[in-house]
Design a protein around this ligand. Structure first.
Ligand SMILES: Nc1ncnc2c1ncn2[C@@H]1O[C@H](COP(=O)(O)OP(=O)(O)OP(=O)(O)O)[C@@H](O)[C@H]1O
Ligand SMILES: [Mg+2]
Length: 334
């Protein structure tokens, strides 16, 4: 049984680029004895076909929760309480389990946060890749499977000797590339990579980043790249979506985000990128992210914003299109 995705209904943007994923007003809450943690609260964004969208924001802002929601893999006590997740026009939020399984295997792929540490230590690399393929596609002829796995390793820039190795024989960067190979093994059209370069040294980060770029080019896939290294994001992604405390505060092409960040939180993120050329005092922000169980009325960033106004404490600014492809949720621009 295969899901008939309504590809012909895929939404088109104003600029005529094809949208592959559209997240609309997504809300994901974690139920706790002291109230709901609003980890993702009315988040909207889209991913164009063949692009890399960077999803950034500080720890705990809801990046992983957003990713897991797209795959409908949020674990209790978390649940999707509202919104739509349209993949090529099909709403994943209301899809039944069997149809969802098909989509997860055939269309979406996740490289989970910390994936390289969850490779099975007692299984050779080729066995793990074979298992991923055969679980989803059934038994394969031995020769074909071997060739396919070797091709996958080549695709992520790994030598064929990796085939027979165990995870502990590989460096962190190599393990992460095995995880990328696993993610692309079933020819997905959208890959979500959750902090694939964290815990790697800067040189290896770039190698893994380049691997993702190569994969994107060769397979013409779309990607959501979650991370908080703005420097790396600048080199890899086409557009950046900035989250703060469960909210989407700014979405724009990467050049706009760096040249002309509009949201005060994005400005802070850009200013805090260290530079060796121009030593400047480290910018710190006062205050903490407020309790996600009791968000204040008005803007989510009001407690830390240097430009806070009266209206910010009353009305929640919606995410609005301010210039072509540049969305921001801030009262400064009304
Ligand atoms: N099982 C849970 N129960 C209660 N709250 C949770 C649970 N899982 C996550 N949260 C909360 O949801 C919010 C979003 O978490 P999430 O893991 O999505 O953040 P993140 O942006 O991926 O952070 P990081 O950069 O550290 O990976 C956080 O405030 C977190 O504390
Ligand atoms: Mg995370």
């Amino acid at each position: 049984m295969s899901v008939q995705l309504e590809r012909n209904k895929a939404a088109k943007s104003a600029a005529g680029r094809e949208i592959t994923l559209e997240v609309k007003n997504l809300k994901v809450y974690y139920g706790t004895p002291t109230g709901n943690v609003r980890a993702v609260d009315d988040v909207s964004f889209h991913v164009y076909k063949g692009e890399i969208l960077g999803l950034v924001g500080e720890s705990g802002c809801g990046k992983t929760t957003t990713a897991m929601a797209i795959l409908r893999m949020v674990q209790p006590p978390g649940r999707i309480v509202g919104g739509q997740i349209l993949l090529d026009g099909t709403d994943l939020v209301v899809l039944n389990e069997s149809a969802l399984r098909e989509v997860r295997w055939n269309t979406l792929a996740l490289i989970p946060q910390g994936a390289m540490n969850s490779l099975n230590p007692v299984m050779r690399i080729h066995t793990q890749l074979a298992e991923a393929i055969e679980t989803h596609e059934g038994r394969q002829s031995k020769d074909k499977l071997k060739q396919r796995i070797l091709d996958l390793l080549t695709m992520v820039g790994l030598p064929s000797r990796i085939y027979d190795m165990y995870p502990h024989e590989l460096s962190g960067g190599m393990k992460q590339r095995v995880c990328i190979a696993m993610a692309i093994s079933l020819n997905p059209s959208l890959i979500i990579a959750d902090e694939p370069t964290s815990a790697l040294d800067v040189v290896v980060q770039r190698v893994v980043g380049q691997t993702l770029l190569d994969v994107k080019e060769r397979m013409n896939v779309s990607m959501i790249l979650i991370g908080h290294d703005m420097g790396l994001q600048a080199q890899l992604v086409d557009r950046i979506a900035v989250m703060y405390a469960g909210h989407m505060v700014e979405v724009a092409p990467v050049a706009n985000i760096f040249d002309e960040p509009l949201h005060p939180y994005t400005q802070l993120l850009i200013e805090s990128i260290p530079s060796i050329k121009e030593r400047k005092p480290l910018r710190l922000t006062e205050g903490l992210t407020h309790d996600l169980r009791n968000p204040p009325p008005g803007c989510i960033f009001q407690g830390r914003c240097a430009k806070v106004m009266d209206v910010c404490r009353v009305d929640k600014p919606p995410l609005r299109l301010l210039k072509p492809e540049h969305y921001v949720a801030c009262h400064l621009y009304e």
